[in-house]
Ligand binder design. Structure first.
Ligand SMILES: C[S@@+](CC[C@H](N)C(=O)[O-])C[C@H]1O[C@@H](n2cnc3c(N)ncnc32)[C@H](O)[C@@H]1O
Length: 270
């Protein structure tokens, strides 16, 4: 079965912040890294986020990545191919206590809740060294009630800056709870039923029409996204004393209030 992520590499140029990390999100990570004394850091990325690969890591850092989608690795991994594992985050091909930092951009949105989030927390507890950090950027549900139709109205009135913001706002408007999440096909249906002509709309609101092409990937797509609150993520990670919350950073870019980063430290005894 085809998923969003085996098609996404062809449209990667259309995806940008806040669906990808910005400089301030990277700054939150590098502040943690700078506290670390060892130069031979061991860093694992869940996914193949290029902004994380491009961080100026200390010399001798060993940077690896894990992603279950071969097409994403082939398109986006910039390093040694042997260091990008085609693997599920719930069962990593990585020895215990061998990682100092694990990073993940938006990955908790694309797995089911709470079971897979719990399995990922357990797996990261296993692979991180005692005191190691796991840092996630997450997408939050909206604190305010908004309807999908009101988001599409905002789009038609030119009040939504780009497709990245449109997607997040529609996820928020469509999600009833994190257990059910949002089916990507429903996002597509909502936009399609409210917009007669993408070319015409793009001209009117000043978008490049190709931006709407990237939304085509949502058509008939059965992938489910789930937006979790910070409290929901913290309660799973900190369950049974596995991790301790180290900080939450809410960025100031547009819609940043919905895209905080959360840092955890492994409480594993040394
Ligand atoms: C990390 S998320 C979000 C993308 C991110 N914002 C970026 O800039 O790269 C997307 C990636 O997660 C991968 N993925 C989703 N579920 C996974 C799982 N259970 N195990 C491993 N990879 C998974 C997908 O294949 C996709 O490449």
């Amino acid at each position: 079965m085809s998923t969003y992520w085996d098609q996404a590499p062809g449209y990667w140029g259309h995806i940008g912040p806040p669906l990808r990390p910005s400089a301030s999100d990277i700054g939150f990570i590098t502040d943690f890294v700078s506290q670390w004394r060892r130069r031979d850091l061991r860093v694992l990325i869940l996914g193949v986020t290029q902004e994380y690969q491009r961080i100026e890591w200390p010399e001798a850092t060993v940077l690896c990545a894990a992603d279950r989608e071969k097409a994403m690795i082939q398109k986006l991994w910039l390093g040694d191919p042997d260091r990008a594992y085609e693997a599920d985050w719930r069962s990593l091909p990585v020895d215990p206590n061998t990682q100092d930092i694990v990073l993940c951009d938006g990955g908790l949105t694309v797995v089911d809740y709470p079971d897979s989030v719990d399995q990922i927390a357990q797996e990261l507890y296993r692979v991180l060294s005692p005191g190691g950090y796991a840092i996630f950027r997450v997408f939050l549900p909206s604190p305010a009630t908004m309807t999908p139709a009101s988001v599409v109205d905002d789009l038609k009135c030119g009040r939504i800056g780009d497709l990245n913001i449109l997607k997040i706002r529609l996820w928020q408007a469509l999600q009833a709870n994190p257990h059910q999440g949002v089916r990507l096909a429903d996002v597509w249906d909502e936009v399609r039923s409210g917009v007669d002509d993408f070319d015409d709309l793009a001209t009117r609101i000043g978008w490049q029409v190709e931006r709407f092409d990237a939304l085509e990937l949502y058509r008939n797509c059965e992938d489910i996204y789930r937006l979790l609150t910070v409290d929901e993520v913290v309660s799973v990670f900190c369950k049974a004393g596995r991790f301790e919350l180290q900080g939450v950073k809410v960025p100031s870019y547009p819609l940043g209030e919905s895209c905080p980063s959360i840092a955890f430290r492994s409480e594993k005894p040394s």
